[in-house]
Design a protein around this ligand. Structure first.
Ligand SMILES: [Zn+2]
Length: 247
């Protein structure tokens, strides 16, 4: 599969007079694929449109929203729009506000709704173009299909890894306190070891989390089948500083 950027570049080259062979050499795409694209130039994949391609994007806010989205959030289709729903723990009011701010920055003028569920608040915003911004939208559950970022999404997350990690950890992560006691000079003392954990059933999404942690050089390890842990003192401090505590 090729990303939209490659298709756009192919279209630009071919419309500019390049031959199939030239475009093929430049882009590393076979001539038959290019011929196929040329024959059906105006059939973008579901949900894509030139409007979103050309619109300015608040990239840090998008990186955060992408992180939130990749947690267990969803986009669903209504008759005339798509509903983006991000569900959060009702006790984390700042996170609810953070999600709303990210939505408003990515989609200026958006109306957000808060829908209450037991123990949770679902932030919802309706828009026709959510699938343009989150092409991972598709049938089936997220952990049962591959989640691959488009090159442009990867570039945005790469430029704003702290924001991306904030979305990931503030939705599917937790900051837990492990502790132990030790007898020092005859006195039992308690030691706290905070750690961050990110739990997601999708291996692809866990891998994206590891990728972003590597970008900011925070050591991490897989602590069980579904969980990534940041547990070194320096790593936890760095992540605290980058993403803030959950509240
Ligand atoms: Zn669009």
């Amino acid at each position: 599969m090729y990303g939209d950027a490659v298709r756009r570049e192919a279209r630009r080259l071919l419309e500019g007079g390049a031959t199939l062979s030239e475009a093929s050499r430049r882009l590393g795409v076979s001539r038959s694929t290019l011929r196929d694209w040329r024959a059906r130039p105006s059939r973008p994949r579901a949900g894509r449109c030139s409007l979103c391609d050309d619109a300015p994007l608040d990239r840090p806010a998008y990186a955060a929203l992408l992180g939130y989205y990749l947690g267990d959030r969803c986009i669903s289709r209504a008759a005339r729009y798509f509903a983006l729903r991000v569900s959060c723990d009702a006790s984390y009011q700042q996170i609810v506000a953070d999600i709303e701010q990210a939505i408003h920055a990515v989609r200026p003028g958006a109306r957000t709704f808060r829908v209450s569920a037991p123990g949770a608040i679902v932030v919802q915003a309706n828009w026709q173009h959510w699938p343009c911004l989150f092409p991972q939208h598709g049938p089936g559950r997220k952990h049962e299909r591959p989640i691959v970022l488009e090159p442009w999404q990867r570039r945005v997350a790469e430029a704003h890894p702290g924001e991306f990690l904030r979305g990931l950890f503030h939705s599917d992560g937790s900051r837990v306190r492990n502790w132990t006691t030790q007898v020092v000079a005859g006195e039992r003392k308690r030691y706290d070891y905070p750690r961050w954990q990110f739990t997601n059933v999708s291996a692809d999404i866990r891998e994206l989390c590891c990728w972003a942690l590597d970008l900011v050089e925070i050591p991490r390890r897989q602590s069980n089948a579904k969980t990534i842990s940041v547990s070194t003192r320096a790593g936890v401090a760095r992540l605290d500083e980058l993403i803030g505590l959950k509240r």
